[in-house]
Design a protein. Structure first.
Lengths: 216, 61, 116
């Protein structure tokens, strides 16, 4: 069984780390696209937290030793070389294109929670009352879009928004930025947080470009 | 509270963000959603293909 | 977390809201590689309900925009409001039937993320 960690371009050297179950890391080249993998006796029925953390560590190490990295989703396992080759060669142009897009960029994650306390719609109210009760949340989302997402999107190479269906989640997004811009992005978030102490604002990173591995 | 006042919170939050990324994001080459029931692989059509038509609907209105 | 180099760059407000979910991570591990029929059904329900909720939110937002613009009369506001309220109630019932919370309906929908 072959476990896939990520695809890489311009891989100077393999990271010193080991993969899951301390297995050595392998590089399988498909012309200029390298699949970073490890081989195992069988596919485990269960994966534990340690496996997930190890996978993440390998991806992070690759970011330091390659020109571009496309993290693979955890659980991309292949029965054998042939299976991996079939899956990869059919997607090679797309993988190449995504690698060119992400390049050396990293990802910064932003979340905004909170907003109007009257989140739950009032039951038994009139239709008009219900609709009016939904206005504060709409306005809060518009505010975040204008004052936070707008400026962040402007200085980022790309952005990905997750439609958070929780009422208190006003904004969940990932921004693809160059490493030099991580500070600028953090400043924008900090400033927004200062202007809106009633909201919960979180900014994390830099991450490998997990959220930008698939085309938009 | 600012996160600098709570290092334990920092670690928890970072872990949460990390696990979310490793399990839910990243490129998928095995097929979009693959579930196996009673050793039979069921492959579902990619979610994006299914939903891209909804995106065009909204852009119009 | 140092092994990935990533960290919290900025964090303000009630971060305990997020931290609570870390406890729930215990349910994620160990992660089942093979699904049983119940998991498949729940996964499908999750998918379907997310789609329905997404559409409901989109339509509701449209209605709210028009209400703010003043292009709906009182009768329309009342009827639309009633409909959305009933839809929201039905969604709550469906979620409860499948044991799904709002957080479970979060799927990364790529390009559709900008719609909500």
């Amino acid at each position: 069984m072959i476990h896939l960690y990520a695809f890489a371009a311009g891989l100077d050297r393999m990271p010193a780390s080991h993969g899951l179950e301390d297995a050595p890391l392998e590089a399988r080249a498909f012309t200029d696209v390298v699949a970073v993998t490890s081989s195992h006796a069988s596919s485990p029925q269960e994966h534990g937290r340690a496996d997930v953390m190890r996978h993440a560590a390998v991806v992070a190490a690759l970011v330091e030793s390659a020109r571009a990295v496309l993290p693979a989703r955890f659980g991309e396992d292949f029965a054998d070389d042939a299976a991996l080759e079939t899956a990869v060669t059919s997607r090679l142009p797309a993988l190449r294109s995504r690698l060119a897009e992400v390049g050396r960029h990293v990802e910064v994650g932003v979340r905004v929670l909170g907003g109007p306390p009257s989140a739950a719609p009032v039951r038994g109210a009139s239709g008009a009352d219900y609709l009016r009760s939904r206005l504060p949340e709409l306005r809060a989302r518009n505010l975040v879009a204008a004052e936070l997402h707008g400026p962040l999107d402007a200085c980022a190479e790309a952005s990905r928004l997750s439609p958070s269906l929780e009422r208190s989640a006003l904004h969940t997004a990932a921004y693809l930025v160059s490493r030099d811009e991580v500070g600028a992005v953090t400043s924008i978030v900090e400033q927004f947080a200062r202007m809106h102490p009633e909201l919960t604002v979180l900014c994390t990173g830099p991450w490998a470009p997990y959220s930008f591995a698939e085309a938009s | 509270m600012s996160v600098v006042e709570a290092p334990h919170l920092q670690e928890q939050v970072t872990l949460l963000e990390l696990v979310d990324r490793v399990l839910n994001r990243g490129v998928v080459v095995t097929g979009d959603i693959t579930l196996a029931v009673a050793d039979v692989d069921l492959v579902y059509v990619g979610l994006r293909v299914l939903l891209s038509s909804v995106a065009t609907l909204d852009e119009a209105g | 977390m140092n092994e990935t180099g990533a960290r919290v760059l900025a964090g303000h407000g009630d971060l305990d809201l997020l931290a609570q979910r870390v406890d729930e991570l215990g349910d994620v591990f160990p992660r089942r590689v093979r699904a049983d029929p119940e998991t498949v059904e729940r996964g499908l329900a999750q998918l379907v309900l997310t789609l329905i909720e997404l559409l409901r939110r989109l339509m509701e937002r449209q209605a709210l925009r028009r209400m703010e613009q003043g292009t709906l009369d009182d009768d329309q506001i009342e009827r639309l409001g009633e409909t959305f309220m009933r839809l929201a109630e039905r969604m709550d019932e469906l979620k409860a039937e499948f044991g799904l919370r709002d957080e479970d309906l979060n799927l990364d929908l790529g390009p559709l993320g900008s719609l909500l």
